[in-house]
Design a protein around this ligand. Sequence first.
Ligand SMILES: Nc1ncnc2c1ncn2[C@@H]1O[C@H](COP(=O)(O)OP(=O)(O)O)[C@@H](O)[C@H]1O
Ligand SMILES: [Mg+2]
Length: 355
Amino acid sequence: MTDEKKSAGAGRAERRRKPRRKKLRVLVLMHEDLVPPEDVSELSESEFHRIKTESDVLDALRKLGHEARPLGVRDAVLPIRHAVEEWEPDIVFNLLDEFQGEAIYDQHVVAFLELLRVPYTGNNPRGLVLARDKALSKKVAMYHRITVPRFFTVRRNRRVRRPKRMEFPLIVKSLVEEASMGISKASIVRDEDALATRVEFMHERIGTDAIVEEFIPGREIYVGVLGNDRLIALPPRELIVDGLEPGQDLIATESLKHNVEYQKKHGVRIRGARKLPDGVAASLERVSKRIYRMLSLEGYARIDYRLADDGKLYFLEANPNPELANYEELAHAAAKAGISYENLIQRILSLGLRR
Ligand SMILES: Nc1ncnc2c1ncn2[C@@H]1O[C@H](COP(=O)(O)OP(=O)(O)O)[C@@H](O)[C@H]1O
Ligand SMILES: [Mg+2]
């Protein structure tokens, strides 16, 4: 080998070891109320908590050397189009989980980005539609022989007609809302009256169709997945509540998920799932990737399960574009797999560009 060739080879190896990242222009789409101020140190703890995801992602993008520009949106698409046409970002980082106050409209925003032909991070419209509907996603999973709790739906303006095979206790949820909206202890129902009352609550107060599922007692496990074609399943995480009274059912209620005081008081945390029964860790990895594919998910998502006392695993729901704050499970799970927060954000960007 000539010296010239040798040094070219060494140069290649060097580049491989130290990948030079292209500096990207990243337009970060977020809710208008969640655009972080220039100086976040002025904010109170709870004010900062509210905008933490937006702030963390912007921070990470800048540390990665990218040019990141936040764009707050609420109910108009034109500002998105103008920003894309005027600033010409390489990619849009999508942090929206609602539009015009509707959780299910985020899919339309992503569809709009596709029409603008600008790359974006996270899930495509098809994945958002399939995963958002808790009945539709279970129907797809059942076709692929994945175990799901038995369920039925009650559309708005319809009365409950419980199929005979559906025995109490049952749990009543919103068909399409997320983040445990409308989930409290009263969501678990043990008779016809309580069932009817809770379904009415879903229809009237939450304003959505209801899904009624067989209640699965047991452990609660989350698995993050990253990728478009080649997938990585992150180590499984488990919801732990120290202060659970004997006989009390473990469920992720609204206050358990979002109320910091409640979390402190009851010892709520999510940590690595320990002492899983034989074979469960392997099936979590395999099944999570299968679910991700069958629901057309891309970029990043988190799959939620119940692990019943008899060791049977039930698929509860898939969360496309789950919370990306630095302290949230996806970031923690990634860290356990050796992926730093910045690395996670960079991967999500790269997956969006490669689509
Ligand atoms: N079939 C079920 N059996 C037992 N617990 C459930 C069931 N469905 C939901 N839960 C509890 O309610 C929580 C919220 O339900 P989930 O379907 O994940 O909706 P969300 O989109 O609001 O997170 C779950 O994390 C779990 O604790
Ligand atoms: Mg959930």
